[in-house]
Design a protein around this ligand. Structure first.
Ligand SMILES: Cc1cc2nc3c(=O)[nH]c(=O)nc-3n(C[C@H](O)[C@H](O)[C@H](O)COP(=O)(O)OP(=O)(O)OC[C@H]3O[C@@H](n4cnc5c(N)ncnc54)[C@H](O)[C@@H]3O)c2cc1C
Length: 337
């Protein structure tokens, strides 16, 4: 039986470990906080939006995102209720300038523009000041915290509470490094933390049905409503490594959220969190063999939730059969050397 040590128990490490376990490997997951909330997954909203990256600039990444998107129904079937919701995403633009900016994106994604009143027919809580919108019917959501909890339950016996500092300390045939931003220190690969501030509001369920992806006076915001009345409001994107929630960041998110959906003013502000997306020089993840014993699966940047199912499948294939799927070619960990 192949003995595999996975370093990192975030969504990527756990998804890979669960796939390896399902296929009969002897797998352990090493993370200093196996029951904790470290990791970008804890902050992430969980939008499953393969159209969010430019097909023109990043064709290989878009192919990977689409391949992973298609695997989500099968992936959640093994996990139970993890908040996988296929209602779709409504894109909103508040002012005429916002409409001009958003319309470029809508054209690019081939979405049909809606007038303000057509938007409110679909989502009555939208402000009467919102001028226009568009429906991205196939952009879904999932709750990353529920996904991680379900994966942890599947792997309960396999979680080892350990911060790995030297990969040679691990007694295994193969080591999979899936430590998010922590991968840089372990491997020397160019992964940098990109800070994001996210708020969580809570109120009566049912104010919103769709995920909202909006722009209000030039401020971008997304709102992800969960069935239990939680609304995730995100996110700033800052080239910073600190973990501070800032007055400006929170203000911009709340202002845009309330401009688009005034009824959110009555919700309770329950959480302000800061996470770090594991970014890479070309925005694509690092997936593949680093040396004979070491495989890397990290650097998923803005799309690590969406990319978990395909990453798990491709890395498990590589570890167990030695065969590298052609999808991996563009994401070789050594491509920046
Ligand atoms: C604000 C924000 C919003 C986001 N929104 C979305 C979204 O809507 N959709 C989407 O698809 N993605 C989103 N993402 C991106 C997504 O969260 C990440 O790409 C994803 O979490 C990466 O998964 P990971 O497992 O590689 O890293 P993480 O989730 O960061 O987990 C890394 C794990 O590795 C462990 N670790 C680190 N160092 C070591 C070590 N030395 N030894 C052992 N363990 C270690 C940590 O404790 C942690 O548990 C968002 C991210 C942020 C920050």
């Amino acid at each position: 039986m192949t003995r595999v040590a996975v370093v990192g128990g975030g969504i990527i490490g756990l998804a890979i470990a669960a796939e390896l376990l399902r296929r009969g490997a002897d797998v352990t997951v090493h993370d200093p906080a196996p029951a904790g909330t470290d990791g970008a997954w804890h902050v992430a909203a969980g939008m499953l939006a393969p159209g969010g990256e430019s097909a023109f600039e990043y064709p290989h990444l878009v192919r990977l995102l689409e391949a992973s998107y298609e695997r989500w129904p099968g992936f959640v079937a093994a996990l139970g209720d993890v908040g996988y919701d296929t209602t779709g995403t409504l894109s909103l633009a508040l002012t005429a300038d916002d409409v001009a900016e958003a319309a470029r994106e809508w054209r690019h994604q081939k979405l049909t523009p809606l007038t303000g009143s057509q938007v409110r027919d679909r989502e009555p809580a939208v402000s009467p000041r919102v001028r226009a919108g568009a429906l991205a019917a196939t952009e879904y959501q999932v709750d990353p915290r529920k996904v991680v909890a379900a994966l942890r339950a599947l792997l309960a016996e396999r979680l080892v509470p350990q911060r790995v500092t030297d990969l040679f300390d691990l007694d295994a045939d193969t080591v999979v490094v899936a430590a998010g931003c922590g991968t840089a220190a372990l491997t020397g690969l160019p992964i940098r933390p990109v800070k994001g501030q996210v708020l969580r509001l809570r109120g009566e369920p049912g104010l919103l049905r769709h995920v909202i992806d909006g722009v209000a006076d030039g401020r971008h915001v997304y709102l992800v409503p969960r069935a239990d009345g939680e609304v995730v409001v995100g996110a700033t994107q800052e080239e910073r490594t600190d973990g501070a929630a800032t007055a400006g960041g929170v203000h911009d998110l709340l202002r845009a959220a309330l401009d688009l959906i005034p009824g959110l003013a009555e919700h309770e502000l329950t959480e302000i969190t800061v996470g770090h997306r594991p970014g890479t020089p070309d925005n694509g993840p690092l997936l593949g063999r680093l040396d004979e014993r070491t495989v890397v699966a990290a650097g998923h940047f803005r799309n690590g939730i969406l990319l978990a199912p395909i990453t798990a499948r491709l890395i498990a294939d590589l570890v167990l059969t030695g065969s590298a799927d052609p999808l991996l070619e563009a994401f070789a960990p050594g491509r920046f050397r």
